[in-house]
Design a protein. Structure first.
Length: 146
């Protein structure tokens, strides 16, 4: 989950940027807190409207695989790259891995879960690292299809 504090909002520059980009509801914040120690996703997208006027990639930071899939299913998306950043772990450095496939399946608890398969053979299942035993698996996103 990503959290913000009201005092972190850049009210003046946010309004200026919002009017410049023709997005009056756009808001800017100095920082965002990642309140839980979970993996986070870096989602880079080329959107059709921005591509046409010479802009390229838009970057989103997302805390949940389901939200990554929402971005990946946008009608105005031309191209997408998804990376996952590891959770904080003692004194270890963060690792960023390229996601090549997102699989949906049923866990032992009977609920739907997602697992990201990465190019470095690392897997991230929902908020955990590692393999998860999923039945009825199906690919819901693949880097080769985007």
């Amino acid at each position: 989950m990503l959290q913000i504090d009201e005092s972190w909002e850049c009210t003046y520059s946010g309004k200026t940027l919002g009017s410049f980009m023709n997005q009056p509801g756009l808001r800017q914040f100095e920082c965002v807190e990642i309140s839980l120690n979970v993996a986070i996703f870096h989602v880079d997208i080329v959107l059709s409207g921005k591509h046409e006027i010479g802009h390229s990639w838009s970057r989103f930071i997302v805390a949940d695989i389901a939200n990554v899939l929402q971005l990946a299913q946008r009608d105005d998306m031309i191209r997408i790259r998804i990376n996952v950043q590891s959770r904080r772990s003692a004194n270890a450095e963060y690792k960023i891995s390229s996601v090549v496939e997102i699989v949906e399946g049923i866990g032992r608890d009977g609920r739907k879960h997602y697992m990201c398969k990465c190019s470095n053979a690392q897997n991230y299942a929902d908020a955990t690292i590692g393999e998860v035993d999923l039945s009825e698996q199906r690919t819901v996103w693949s880097s080769t299809a985007s």
